[in-house]
Design a protein around this ligand. Structure first.
Ligand SMILES: [Zn+2]
Length: 448
């Protein structure tokens, strides 16, 4: 591997001091950034990339996703009860092979928006991981573990199936054994207890023990619906946060999405335990769900941003988070452009324990880098706060180049690691087939 220099670009480091170099260079050797500086690079290089007129940023780190959920685009936003009534039952039509192709589609959507690393949890995770690996993306992966029939939740049917739980645990263990640390740490693994209502307390305790044994963290959903909050309260006599505490899941080792229906005491528990709270504002906004964000900021909860699924656009998600949080009473000091970018880069990297590798542009870190074309009307004019210009105005098609672990995966808007046309065609065909099969199935009853 030779030495690549990216020069003449505006370098937005997102380092500790949020340094911005109006005109600077980055030196990349192998999969790492070895030097970063202002002005012109004086040394020799094998490859020089002229980034004049472009901003150079660390790749976006998505705190919470299900890339294969790109399947549900425009199917689930407007129908009433699209989540329990359509998404979850329709997932029953997925196979390992179709999940692989839909994951490729979702991963390309993410990558072309500038997301270089995502924290993903889903079904058939071995195949999802294969898609990340094939497309050249960095990912933290967890197998969805449940011990209920997800399609039956709309009838409030929480019958437990212990054998099912153990099968998923086995799959998660295999995922860790096969993939954890693969390709110099480009793929890492966690355990994925799906949510506080879909995993029995007993199973959650077992998963915590396994996490300790394998030395990996956890990824879950917390209180994402009134149904979940009610079920947990009625079944155990405590809240979803109480369940997490009781099981041992609560803490810095847990990536916990949503936390919508939670009390002031729960917010305190989140803050005190330093549990990262994965805020998926764009998706939640579409469902009309708003977590108690003002209290979270006041208590010092570690709130970071994720796209979740369906639409995986980190830029619209940053704006949705700022808007939602301010509508929910947050101030401009709680949430602003600089914070939205940090909560989409270095802070999720810290939460995932990967901040020594990714999340900012610094010498010694992995070369996960995105270039944004500034020569567009939506990014003009630019004053002295380029981060604000980008966060409030960039759209994903402004991202022109993406490098992950020192390898160009997108160059001048073109996907370099696979045939994009084929991925889109496969995605459309599979989505049609799954939708038709769902409509013909016994689960096609949306009214619950
Ligand atoms: Zn989710």
């Amino acid at each position: 591997m030779g030495k690549t220099v990216i020069q003449n670009g505006m370098i937005i480091t997102v380092d500790r001091d949020d340094r911005v170099l109006d005109k600077g260079y980055l030196v990349i050797e192998g999969n790492k950034i070895t030097e970063i500086g202002a002005g012109d690079y004086q040394g020799e290089a094998d490859c020089v990339v002229d980034a004049a007129g472009k901003a150079v940023l660390p790749g976006i780190v998505d705190a919470h996703s299900h890339v294969a959920g790109s399947l549900f685009k425009a199917l689930t936003e407007d129908p009433e009860n699209g989540f329990y009534g359509l998404s979850l039952p329709m997932e029953g039509q997925l196979t390992p092979e179709t999940t692989y192709h839909l994951s490729l589609l979702g991963a390309v959507e993410q990558m072309k928006a500038g997301i270089t690393c995502t924290n993903d949890i889903y079904h058939y995770m071995d195949r999802v991981t294969q898609a990340f690996y094939d497309i050249g993306m960095r990912a933290v992966v967890s197998q969805n573990i449940v011990d209920v029939d997800i399609a039956a939740l709309r009838y409030d049917d929480y019958t437990r199936y212990p054998k099912m739980g153990q099968d998923f645990v086995e799959q998660n263990i295999r995922l860790i054994e096969d993939w954890n640390g693969k390709d110099d740490g480009r793929i890492t693994c966690r355990f994925g207890p799906h949510a506080t209502d879909t995993v029995s307390l007993e199973l959650a305790k077992q998963i915590v023990e396994l996490g300790e044994k394998y030395g990996v963290g956890f990824h879950t959903h917390i209180s994402q619906s009134p149904r979940e909050a009610k079920y947990v309260q009625e079944t155990y006599g405590f809240s979803c946060l109480g369940y997490l505490k009781e099981s041992g899941l609560l803490g810095e080792h847990l990536m916990g999405a949503h936390c919508i229906y939670i009390s002031d005491d729960d917010v305190k528990m989140l803050a005190e335990s330093r549990t990262p709270m994965l805020h998926c504002a764009e998706m939640l906004g579409k469902r009309g769900h708003v977590p108690p964000v003002k209290r979270m900021f006041d208590e010092g909860v570690r709130l970071i941003l994720g796209t979740d699924w369906v639409t995986q656009d980190c830029w619209t998600n940053m704006r949705a988070a700022i808007s939602m949080d301010r509508m929910a009473g947050c101030t401009v000091h709680d949430m602003n452009a600089k914070k939205a970018l940090r909560k989409s880069t270095i802070e999720p990297a810290e939460a995932l324990g990967l901040d020594d590798k990714i999340g900012s542009l610094e010498a010694g870190k992995q070369a996960d880098i995105i270039l944004i074309d500034l020569q567009s009307p939506n990014l003009t004019p630019m004053f002295d706060d380029p981060v604000a210009t980008l966060v409030y105005n960039a759209n994903r098609h402004d991202v022109c180049d993406v490098m992950i672990a020192g390898r160009w995966t997108v160059r001048d808007h073109l996907l370099k690691t696979a045939e994009e046309k084929e991925i889109l065609a496969n995605g459309q065909k599979i989505a049609n087939e799954i939708y038709q099969a769902h409509l013909a199935s016994k689960n096609a009853d949306w009214n619950h």
